[in-house]
Design a binder for this molecule. Structure first.
Ligand SMILES: Nc1ncnc2c1ncn2[C@@H]1O[C@H](COP(=O)(O)OP(=O)(O)OP(=O)(O)O)[C@@H](O)[C@H]1O
Ligand SMILES: [Mg+2]
Length: 258
């Protein structure tokens, strides 16, 4: 497992994410367990695994073990709660976020966009803001898009078991989804992605949830609740909401484009 070598800096945002260089020579964005944000790390972990299965453009990530004697030497880290594992996402350099671009004329990986939207609906990610995509300019106005920050899947970063039964089932307000929808060339991509989500093996879903580190405090009942929610949302909610999205968001955007 990679070891932290050099602390770089604290990043903007409510998760208190930290940029740290590791023994593989690469920089990672590391999130620690934080009281008040108890589900941040488990949300990030399961969302990452599902995103990888679905082929989403998500920065490579892994669970890391930052030794307490490393954290204790850095004032910004010394105050973080120590757990055996932290969540580390490979830092993608030279990106801007969705607020920082005025003109996007092309998204190079546009084939992934429908799957990002469906993923957000499946996991109930209400936080697909413009800050939570990264855009890497490959040629003028032409970008590679990455998704980051899945701390708020399952509706929030500190959800409790009963909340899982009350997750929204309708259209989420997201200017970023609209931006992405503009670049989706055919609505059949939504249907293909729905099928991919619906055929993901149940055993794999269970295993990903089971791998949540014990000291992140997610109870057995909550883990079971996560699996049940994912199975029920992909079967009962996704097919309806994707139709609503196509009708209410995708088609109007493309009709207006002429
Ligand atoms: N893999 C990455 N590569 C490059 N930059 C990243 C990466 N992950 C996060 N960042 C940067 O760090 C910031 C904070 O990360 P992130 O959005 O995951 O956490 P957050 O604190 O929950 O954010 P917010 O408060 O905006 O919801 C991001 O806005 C982005 O600028
Ligand atoms: Mg964020």
């Amino acid at each position: 497992m990679i070891q932290p070598t050099v602390y770089q800096k604290k990043l903007e945002g409510k998760s208190n994410a930290h940029l740290i260089t590791f023994s593989d020579g690469k920089d990672y964005v590391v999130k620690y367990f934080q009281p008040g944000f108890e589900k941040t790390l488990s949300n990030e972990w399961v969302a990452y695994c599902f995103a990888r299965y679905l082929g989403l453009p998500i920065p490579y990530a892994q669970l890391v073990e930052i030794p307490q004697d490393f954290s204790s030497q850095v004032p910004e880290l010394a105050q973080m709660r120590h757990t055996n594992f932290q969540f580390a996402s490979l830092y993608v350099p030279n990106c801007v976020d969705g607020h920082q671009v005025s003109n996007v004329s092309k998204i190079i990986n546009h084939q992934s966009l429908a799957s990002i939207i469906l993923f957000d609906y499946w996991l109930c990610n209400r936080d697909r803001t413009r800050k939570n995509i990264l855009l890497h300019e490959e040629s003028p106005d032409s970008y590679q898009l990455w998704v980051i920050d899945h701390a708020e899947v399952f509706g929030s970063y500190n959800w409790l078991h009963p909340d899982l039964d009350m997750l929204p089932i309708g259209i989420l307000k997201s200017a970023t989804h609209k931006l992405m929808a503009l670049f989706i060339e055919d609505e059949k991509h939504f249907i293909e992605q729905l099928e991919l989500i619906q055929t993901m093996p149940i055993l794999l879903i269970e295993e990903i949830v089971a791998l949540i580190p014990d000291d992140w405090g997610v109870s057995m009942a909550e883990k079971k609740g996560m699996v049940t929610t994912l199975l029920s949302r992909r079967k009962n909610i996704l097919p309806k909401v994707v139709q609503k999205f196509i009708q209410n968001v995708y088609r109007p955007l493309h009709q207006n484009q002429g």
